[in-house]
Design a protein around this ligand. Structure first.
Ligand SMILES: C=C(O[C@@H]1C=C(C(=O)O)C=C[C@H]1O)C(=O)O
Length: 326
C-alpha cells in the first residue's frame, strides 16, 4: 500500500499493484535498497484513504536503540568536527533517531496513520508527502526538497540546493550561508558536465512549517540518456551527506552508529509528463507502540551543539505535530 501527494497539488494517488511497471521507487541513503511499488498511478479520495487499514504490526527490538540526549548528540557533533578538520571538509551532515512512544502520549487512544497522513499533507502543501506499508514496514514522510524533476517533453532537468536551517524569526549567519553554498557548488560542478545552458536562480528562503532554509534553483536542458547518471552523481548531495561523498558517508556511519535506511535517500515517481526524485527527509518509520523519527543537519566548524540539537527537534516536529490519535 502506498499513498502520496505531489507538491502543490491537492490530489492523492496510489499504485494499483498491476504487474509490469514500477512507477514509484524508494531508494535508501546508501542506494543499496530499492523498494519498488508496482502498478499504474490511480487517484484516491480522502474517504478512501481513511478506509485503508494501516496499522503497524511489528515490534522492533526497542532495546537496540540507545536514547539520544543533547549530551550524547553534542559528543557526536564534536566527533564530526574532528572528522571535518582532519579531512579538510566544508561540512558533514549528521542525524539522529528520535523515539516517540505512543503510550507516553495517551494510553487510551490509538494512532491513526491515515488521518495523520492527511493532516501532514495539509500542513505541508508544497511538499511531496507519502505513507506506505510494504513487507511489514510502515513509513510516512514529506518535504519539498527536489533532487530532480525531468520534463519528458522539453528535456529540462530541474534540481535545487537546500541547506541552512533557522527558526523563522532568526537572521541568516555566515554558518548557514557557507553550508548552503557548499551544496550549490557541488550541484553546479555536476550539472555543468551534462548541460551547456545551465540556469541558476538567486538564493531565497524556503519556509517549511516552523523553520526556514536557503534554496537555490537549477534548470538545465539535458540529454534524456544522461538522467540516471546525473541522479547517481548528485545523490547523496552535501545537503544530506558531504563532499567527497564516499568519505563523508563512511564518516557519518562511524559517528552516527545506525543505518539511515530510507531516511536521506530519495523517492522516484514517474508520471505521464515528468520523472521526479524527491529527497526523503522529515520522515519516520512506525511500529506497534512507537515511531522512529529521523532528523539531521549540516555540521561545520562553526556549529553550536545546542543549536544543532534544537534544529533536529524542530525538524522532527514536522511528523510529530501531525500525528492523530483517535
Ligand atoms: C538533513 C535534513 O535536512 C537537510 C539539511 C538541512 C540543513 O543542514 O540545514 C536543511 C534542509 C535539508 O536539506 C533533515 O531534515 O533531516
Amino acid at each position: 500500500m502506498l499513498v502520496f501527494k505531489l507538491p502543490d497539488s491537492d490530489k492523492f494517488f496510489c499504485t494499483d499493484n498491476s504487474a509490469g511497471v514500477s512507477l514509484v521507487s524508494f531508494v535508501s541513503f546508501d542506494s543499496k535498497t530499492v523498494l519498488d511499488f508496482k502498478g499504474n498511478l490511480c487517484e484516491i479520495s480522502k474517504e478512501e484513504i481513511l478506509n485503508l487499514n494501516v496499522s503497524p504490526k511489528s515490534k522492533s527490538p526497542l532495546l537496540e536503540i540507545a536514547k539520544e540526549t543533547p549530551e550524547s548528540y553534542a559528543h557526536k557533533i564534536s566527533q564530526a568536527k574532528d572528522f571535518i578538520e582532519k579531512n579538510e571538509l566544508k561540512k558533514l551532515v549528521l542525524s539522529r533517531r528520535k523515539l516517540l512512544m505512543y503510550l507516553d502520549i495517551d494510553s487510551e487512544k490509538k494512532l491513526s496513520l491515515a488521518k495523520s497522513f492527511l493532516k501532514f499533507s495539509e500542513s505541508y502543501p508544497s511538499a511531496f508527502c507519502y505513507l506506505f506499508e510494504k513487507n511489514g514496514e510502515i513509513w510516512m514522510g514529506g518535504f519539498s526538497e527536489v533532487l530532480g524533476k525531468f520534463d519528458k517533453k522539453t528535456n529540462i532537468f530541474e534540481t535545487m540546493s537546500v541547506a541552512g536551517t533557522l527558526p523563522l524569526e532568526e537572521n541568516w549567519s555566515d554558518k548557514e550561508i557557507e553550508e548552503q553554498k557548499a551544496v550549490t557548488d557541488y550541484i553546479h560542478s555536476i550539472l555543468r558536465k551534462f548541460s551547456s545552458n545551465l540556469k541558476v536562480s538567486s538564493t531565497k528562503d524556503l519556509i517549511s512549517g516552523n523553520i526556514k532554509h536557503l534554496k537555490t534553483d537549477f534548470s538545465a536542458e539535458i540529454n534524456s540518456e544522461s538522467l540516471d547518471k546525473i541522479i547517481s552523481e548528485l545523490h547523496p548531495t552535501p545537503a544530506v551527506c558531504g563532499f567527497p561523498k564516499e568519505l563523508c558517508a563512511q564518516g557519518i556511519k562511524s559517528i552516527e552508529h545506525f543505518n539511515r535506511e530510507l531516511y536521506a535517500g530519495y523517492i522516484k515517481v514517474e508520471t505521464e509528463d515528468f520523472i521526479y526524485y524527491f529527497v526523503n527527509l522529515r520522515c519516520a518509520s512506525f511500529f506497534k507502540n512507537y515511531a522512529i523519527l529521523f532528523a539531521g543537519g549540516g555540521i561545520t566548524l562553526k556549529s553550536d551543539a545546542q543549536k544543532e540539537w534544537t534544529e533536529t527537534e524542530l525538524k522532527s516536529l514536522a511528523i510529530q505535530n501531525n500525528l492523530v490519535f483517535i
